[in-house]
Design a protein around this ligand. Structure first.
Ligand SMILES: [Zn+2]
Ligand SMILES: [Zn+2]
Length: 361
């Protein structure tokens, strides 16, 4: 993982102004048009700035160590709409952070960077969702179906954008080249750049008759049911990645879907790596004489033998009833013994205990 703070040479508490200043300084230093420029470093600095200068991206980065450009919150939330596509640049999703968008500096940089835009294969945005699990579900694994509103590959034309039986013809906008030229004026003179054709999305061909459902884009916004298989032993805060289940994009590959797991606290059990911990209250007489307790575990009722003379807070281990480490291997259930002391004792009991005392117990 890249440390964006380190790249810009600022600390985690840096404010927007600090970040902007650090970025300008480094961008000037490394800009590829400069004599001693360094394109790689420049790109890195730019990527770091794109994330840290944007409140939402920065908070995602601080929380998850990466950025979910399409990031919705809960499963029910809508991710960014059709308008979110950046048809012109050929960037989408994570790659957006590496592109040269979002410039608002209003100075020489806007011009210079506009000319530096490089093309890449388009990729749809990633989607982030949250999945809440019970403690039991996190131990044994489960499946979740989630309804999500997103841009998907059009099922009518299978993403081709063509109406049934329609022929493909050369794109009239780019004359079948898939790319178009664009001239920009900057302080260094006119810079001519090439970019992916926004009409054919770089394919050079368009359908003679467009698909009626997706209007020729190959992408259609709909509610989709997504099944997420959650493995046994998943931990709170873990991310499950569903490759290609993010937003689809015309002329590119869909992004990924990330499900962040939240495990609810249990009133009895606590997780400790692959083990599960619980407390058990026993009677004083059982602690002295030993006993068998039937306890409720995640695997049902289990008889637990309490050895005579057990002490307060001693831990008994029930093997193989913890969290799954693999399909066949499990951690243990650790039972910590608490002894309930009597508030009042009878005369007979007092006599018996005084006898113990005489024995030096
Ligand atoms: Zn279609
Ligand atoms: Zn075209």
């Amino acid at each position: 993982m890249k440390d964006y703070y380190q790249i810009l040479g600022v600390n985690k508490s840096a404010n927007k102004e600090d970040i902007k200043k650090a970025f300008r300084k480094l961008a000037h230093k490394y800009h590829p048009d400069k004599k001693n420029g360094d394109e790689e470093k420049f790109k890195e600095v730019n990527e770091a700035y794109q994330v840290l200068s944007n409140d939402q991206k920065r908070s995602e980065y601080d929380t998850y160590g990466r950025v979910f450009s399409g990031g919705g919150g809960g499963a029910g939330q809508q991710s960014s709409g059709f308008d979110g596509f950046d048809f012109s640049s050929g960037f989408g999703g994570f790659q957006g952070a590496q592109g040269f968008e979002d410039f608002d500096l209003g100075d020489i940089f806007g011009d210079l960077f506009g000319g530096s835009r490089r093309s890449g294969s388009a990729r749809g945005r990633d989607i982030a969702i949250d999945v809440e699990l019970s403690f039991e579900e996190s131990v044994f694994g489960t499946n979740r179906s989630i309804l999500i509103q997103k841009n998907s590959t059009c099922d009518l034309c299978q993403g081709s954008g063509a109406d049934e039986g329609s022929e493909m013809i050369a794109c009239p906008t780019c004359n079948g080249r898939g790319r178009v030229r664009e001239a920009r004026r900057s302080l260094l003179g006119t810079i001519t750049t090439e970019k992916t054709c926004g009409v054919c999305y770089g394919k050079g061909k368009v359908p003679q008759k467009k698909c009626t459902q997706c209007q020729g884009t190959g992408v259609y916004r709909k509610e989709e049911e997504i099944n997420i298989s959650i493995p046994a032993g998943v931990e709170d805060g873990e991310m499950i990645r569903l490759s290609g289940m993010g937003e689809a994009i015309p002329g590119g590959n869909p992004g990924d879907l990330y499900a962040k797991v939240h495990v609810k606290k249990h009133s009895v059990f606590q997780r400790d790596k692959d083990d599960i911990r619980m407390d058990l209250n026993i009677k004083l007489s059982d602690a002295l004489l030993g006993a068998t307790y039937t306890i409720d575990t995640l695997d049902g009722k289990i008889d637990l033998k309490i050895p005579a003379g057990i002490g307060f807070n001693e831990v008994l281990r029930i093997r193989g009833k913890g969290v799954f480490q693999s399909k066949s291997k499990r951690g243990d259930l650790l039972v910590r013994v608490k002894i309930t002391m009597p508030r009042k004792i009878s005369k007979d009991a007092r006599g018996a205990i005084e006898n113990l005392k005489k024995e030096g117990i």
